[in-house]
Write a protein that binds this ligand. Sequence first.
Ligand SMILES: Nc1ncnc2c1ncn2[C@@H]1O[C@H](COP(=O)(O)OP(=O)(O)OP(=O)(O)O)[C@@H](O)[C@H]1O
Length: 578
Amino acid sequence: MKELLKYIKPYKKEILLAVSLVFLEVIAEVTMPKLMSKIVNIYLPEKNMNKIIQMGLIMILITVISSAGGILSTWFASKVSQWFCADVKEAAYKKIMGFSAGNIDHFTTPSLITRLTSDINTLQTIIQTFLRLVVRAPILFLGSIFFAVTINKELTMVFVVIFPILVIALAVIIIKSIPMFSQIQLRLDKLNGILRESLIGARVIRAFVREDYENEKFQGANKEYMDISVKANRRTGLVMPVMMFLINTAIIMILWIGGNGVYKGSIQVGDIIAFITYSFQILFSLLLVAFLLMMTSRAKVSGTRLNEILTREESINSTDKSSEYTELQNGIEFEKVYFSYKKDDKESLKDINFYIKSGESVGIIGSTGSGKTTVISLLMRYYDVSKGSIKFDGTDIREIPLERLRGSIGLVRQQDTLLAGTIEENIRFGNEKANFEDIKKAAGAAQAEEFIEKMPEKYQTRIGQKGAGLSGGQKQRIYIARALIKKPSVLLLDDSSSALDMKTEARLQNELNHLDFKCTKIIVAQRISSVRELDKIIVLEKGKIAGIGTHDELLHSNTVYREIYDSQIETGKGENNE
Ligand SMILES: Nc1ncnc2c1ncn2[C@@H]1O[C@H](COP(=O)(O)OP(=O)(O)OP(=O)(O)O)[C@@H](O)[C@H]1O
């Protein structure tokens, strides 16, 4: 929690003000019954109107001061909680933006969303209430006890009986409820995960007519969440009835003992009225303590979940070593690379060794799950190798500052993303400084110009979130233009022309061969036709290299490549139609 507490420190002054102003607010509550008993016991029997009016005015003044204290303390408490949570949200967001793929895998996306929304909102409400109650409860408790004892010692016996029962009952309820709070947040994570998946995959769900299945899945998770919430509320909801029962029991006891006292002349009626009010306040303050404890444990759950984000060590750390590297000059080397996504998991890459000379175009091919995308992820340093090393110009990429490494690479992923905005904005995302001519040139090379020019607003056409409004092939060409505009010294294309027809793909390959900047290309593909013309092809099979060579060499000497080729000849994927 240390990291989280750092964010509350700048608001010490406001916290102090919020807490001190509560003092003023509680004054009225603890002095009023005493003043009232004075009127009833002394001034009313004396029929002393002057004193009654004087007392009345004092009571009004106290009420005004107390209300002002209440209003101001609420104002400060709400400011502190809002500011604190805004700061934490910003810090957590920044941290998440710097997370590696491994960090995101660890938390999962739905959980990160829940932490940044539900958890932070819970924390905000709790801090605001906490600041108002943390002083109020003890002052109300101690002040009321003090005045109650000064009124009548005999009646305080009531508390000796009621207190222990109330404390035990509240303790049992709290202890039973606390474990449920973390359960609630975990189930909310799950519910958000299903919701997110259904929204993203809405089309797939409809296409496979799986709405009922998804509905059931959502209902199941929703029910789990509802059940645990109901269970927790049922337990915490017991507090009020138990409390009311004990308060009413206390009143009956006070009336019983007090009534006898009045009959004997040892207690006055005003004292009984004041005592009943104080009993209410004492027991109520204990109720506040119970709420405080429950809130604290709930805040602890949400606080810990946020603290985990803030303190999570980034699994990929940028080095502060000042390596010379800015862009690839000589080549990329994989040296005995082994990699598994999770410790002790099976290895997704095993003993990978290859060298790619700067300026070469290299293809990576292999069956699904053979490790092609993993190679790309390692080159981007989304993950670090488990064993061995990847070197750019002879320097281990772990020794190159991340910004410089990634700055030199243009990446087009298998499932990439476009942002809501115009086509021009989306291409310029790759290079903020690019002018319109550069954008047109990149779009031309990526074979995107033709379809963009046909659109009513051309480059100013707005595309929706995730590229809504564009076909799969059109989106792929914008991803490629976005990567090319960066003029990267290394271009990684991960199955990024799969949605293009063969003619367009051939034209794209031709453009990539004639770029006006030096660029090393690594192209992951499913189709032989996408890689056959490249300088060399790396064939992956079950995470291992099955062969490296040109198309002709592999066709004659490599069985894995030959099998892929034969299977595609049958389906027509292996041949380039150009
Ligand atoms: N994030 C991940 N966490 C755990 N395992 C993963 C993860 N991503 C991939 N894998 C596993 O690593 C292996 C290689 O996956 P990879 O995505 O690199 O294959 P690929 O050759 O690109 O497949 P495809 O052609 O289907 O995209 C597979 O066994 C896969 O299950």
